[in-house]
Design a protein around this ligand. Sequence first.
Ligand code: NAI
Length: 339
Amino acid sequence: MRLAVFDTHRYDRTALEEANVDFQHALTFLEPRLVRQTAPLAEGFPAVCSFVNDRLDAGTLATLREGGVRLVVTRSAGYNHIDLVEAGRLGMRVARVPEYSPHAVAEHAVTLVLSLNRHIPRAFLRVRDWNFSLDGLVGFDLAGKTVGVVGTGRIGRATARIFHGFGCRLLCHDMMPDDAFAREVGARYVPLDTLYAESDVISLHVPLTPGTRHMVDARALARMKRGVMLVNTGRGALIDSRALIDALKRGHVGAAGLDVYEEEEGIFFQDLSGQVLQDDVLARLLTFPNVLVTSHQAFLTREALVSIARTTLESVRAFERGEPLVHEVRAEQVLPPSR
Ligand code: NAI
């Protein structure tokens, strides 16, 4: 089947071309993000492949549909960038990659914690400048500390297991607690406020929904322990960035590791090194020595890319053959607002 792949980077293309040896779809790689203005590029394609910073709103979807698109496959677990209600109304099917490597994201979340705690970016720069002083590099033992995991789906569980291995005490929060898992890692499911109040490190692993948007706002931050380390590999808008900046300035938040940022669209995945950064909130975040930002790279392991490519191409094949779309997402699956 002919598939227009948007927002293609070298690593996507390599993984998709290698996987496609088994599928033989006709792949067309396009660099632009899929938004209203670029949707006409898909004219004549029955299927498009999108990624997290595309914007498949009503306008984009209408143009795609007019051009003949009937299937959207997103090479991501999250699908908050797609208006599922509108897609359903237009008779377009949407499939995602619900699971590729929870380890990739979990290990990145832990990487952010370790790097921040032991000041690795600073230490790296210092030593390269032949400054071998240790002042300002004091960290803490993770063993014995309390780690709060918000969302214990596939990635949250993988993260909790790693922290369990470090000898941390685990507090978990999820709208659907898993008691067997809690026993496995010696965790306790608690209300969010308790998790906020008792955790030394908090890692976010819930999807972005109307109910989780800005779940970490000024009120939530105020409930957290002074000096808390906050890590977000979920979606940027889980955190109110302005409230975070305020809490960082006051020293209430001790460190923040952010793989995602609420306004990352159009910034992350791009080389803007020759330009003036227009986003003042991100620019401010990048000035803190205790903030580590990565550009939505938690998923980026070889294993994850191979798995994403295969699942994506399998969905296209199933659609082409009229078989059930196992990884289909529909509007009614989107979780209702809740705190
Ligand atoms: P999952 O669906 O396995 O788990 C999500 C968990 O969150 C579920 O247990 C669910 O019950 C819980 N949950 C949902 N809404 C909630 C609420 N309002 N309150 C409490 N709990 C709630 O998803 P998975 O695979 O663990 O991924 C989590 C998120 O990580 C994805 O939605 C995606 O946004 C993000 N992600 C980020 C990546 C990156 O590269 N930074 C890569 C992959 C995923």
